[in-house]
Structures are given as C-alpha cells and as structure tokens.
Design a protein around this ligand. Structure first.
Ligand SMILES: [Zn+2]
Length: 329
C-alpha cells in the first residue's frame, strides 16, 4: 500500500511506499545483504518471487502450461515491495495538498536465469527476448485504463539504486502524469505547432547533420550524447524515424536496439571501470503518443546530486558531451 502525494510548493509527486520497509535489504549495506540472500532471480529459486506474470523461451515464445517451469530464459514477476500499488489516500483531509487515489503496477523483468550483474554479460538472444518481453508488458499496461504511463528502467549496481545484484529491469505503470512529463508534453506540442516536428526529431536531425556529439549512426538509430547532458557520458539512443510508442517498434529494429544498448554498456564499462548505470525508456503517456516520440537513455553514475542540484534542479556536469562522444566513438 502506498500514498501518492502532490506537493503544491515544489510541484512534485511522491510515492510514500511504507511496505518497502519490509524489505530485508532496506537500510542494510547492500554488499553485506547480497552475500546472505538466496538470489530470487536465479533459475531454481522461482518460489522466492511472487507468482510469474510471464515467461519466455530463448526464441521469444512464451512458456506454455506443459513446459517445465524452470525452462525460462526471461521471466516477469510482480515487484514484491512496490513503490506504486493500491493507493491509500481515502479519508485524507488534504488542505493545501493533493493526492492520487489511482492504482499502479510494478513489475520486474529478469533478463537471464544466470546470476549476471550487467547487460554486457547477457547473450544477444537474452537481450532480444528481454526487449520482446518489455514490449509485451508495456502493451498489456496500455490496455489497462487505470494506467496512464509506463516507465521502463534499469538500475545496475547499488550506486544506481539496484537492491539485488542479479541484473533486472523494472516497469512501473503509473496512474498519474508528473509535472516533468507534463512539461515535456507541452514543449513537444509547441514544437509540433511551430515547426511541424516533434522535439526528438528536430534534435536528432540536428545531431545527424552536425555530428559533433554523435557516437554511432545506423539506418535505424542515432546514438549521441545530448547537448545539455546532465551527467558525464549520458547517451541517447534515438530511432532514425521517431515514433510515438515503443510498443509499435518492429522486431528487427527492436533487436538492433537491444544490441546497441548492450554494446554501449560494454563500451562504458571498459572506459570507466564498470560504473553503476541507469537505462531508461522515455515514452509519452499512452494518451499522448502521437506528438512525443520515444527514445532510450543510458548514463553512468559517476557523480551524485549535491545541494545546488537539489536546490535549483540545475545539474553540474564535469565532462562536456562533445568530449564524452569523442571518447565513445
Ligand atoms: Zn541470481
């Protein structure tokens, strides 16, 4: 049970997730915990997680009833300690405050039955099936009228927020649209009205032409460091023909995307000695996907937010995106 609260002073939504205190890992040094726990994501430990929502063979086909339950390559399970779950705002006397009483959902996508720590350790087949699973699960979320936005992300290593060492992605279905998302939607709508193109298409066209921050370009994708990178070595992976929803991305492009994500992570790990990193899918709320286009973002966690960042939301990045792109070419 969580409370989803709005702060009128800062404009931030916050999920007060009390049940996360029940986690055996909460507030205990993570390395210590990892040595003690049975990994719930490894093959053979399926009973350590809540009931499987979906499971896939190595060829991407779903497991059937007749299949051996542990014969999976990729498995999807509900998050045992979700931040977003049935809300508990009923009966609040809110005064200046606002709250959201919608339901959310939170799933974990386990991309390998082997105990591996990073995307770079996955096989090409595991990457393909993982991205297939992500697409399937997002499509299921979109069909749920109570969910307005699907956020797919990955926290790799403890400094990036991972609580377990076994590599995994998370998908949160949110009943609300944050100030952050709302702002991006408004800017995109303005761009479409003024220039006839989404922001991501305009940015990608510019980067393709100038090639100052470009890392790699294929027929289907552009990989570059964004102009105003908030983090050192921040990378965007943008479809060459931007579309509204990742759910509609065809299989061949999806496989290429999976390959690109893995190879960029591998490159960053070689360059920066295996840093913690986050991978995010930026996608518009389901109701607004015709003028805001999806892209993936990847960034290593080399610095942390300090007082200035928290106070102003202006980030200090010690490495220019132009220099970062040159190092990653
Ligand atoms: Zn494991």
């Amino acid at each position: 049970m969580s409370d989803i609260r709005f702060d009128p002073v800062t404009g931030n939504w916050v999920a007060i997730a009390r049940n996360r205190l029940e986690r055996p890992t909460e507030f205990i040094p993570l390395e210590q915990v990892r040595q003690q726990l049975i990994c719930p994501f490894c093959r053979g430990n399926e009973e350590e997680t809540p009931e499987t929502l979906a499971a896939y063979h190595v060829d991407g086909e779903p497991l059937s009833e007749d299949d051996e339950p542990s014969s999976w390559t990729v498995r999807v399970v509900p998050n045992k300690y979700p931040s977003f779950s049935a809300a508990n705002n009923v009966g609040f006397d809110n005064g200046p405050y606002d709250a959201n009483s919608g339901l959310g959902s939170q799933e974990i996508i386990i991309p390998s039955n082997r105990h591996v720590a990073s995307l770079s350790e996955l096989t090409e087949e595991e990457m393909h099936v993982t991205f297939t699973a992500c697409q399937h699960r997002l499509a299921i979320m979109r069909a749920d009228e109570s969910i307005r936005h699907g956020m797919l992300f990955m926290n790799c290593r403890s400094a990036a927020g991972a609580s377990l060492g076994h590599v995994h992605l998370q998908l949160i279905g949110s009943p609300l649209i944050s100030q952050h998302l709302q702002g991006r939607l408004s800017r995109n709508l303005e761009s479409v009205q003024k220039h006839g193109q989404s922001l991501i298409r305009r940015v990608m066209n510019w980067e393709q032409e100038k090639k100052i921050r470009m890392i790699k370009q294929t027929d289907n994708f552009c990989v570059f460091c964004p102009f105003a990178s908030r983090f050192a070595f921040q990378v965007w992976i943008v479809p060459a023909d931007p579309q509204g929803s990742f759910i509609e991305c065809p299989a061949a492009k999806r496989n290429e995307l999976a390959h690109l994500c893995r190879s960029i992570v591998e490159h960053l790990e070689n360059l920066l000695d295996h840093p913690a990193y986050n991978l995010l899918l930026h996608m518009a709320p389901f109701e607004a996907s015709d003028y805001d286009h999806w892209y993936f973002e990847l960034f290593p966690r080399l610095t942390c937010a300090a007082g200035f960042e928290w106070g102003t939301d202006i980030w200090v990045n010690p490495v220019s995106p132009e220099a970062a792109a040159r190092r990653m070419q």
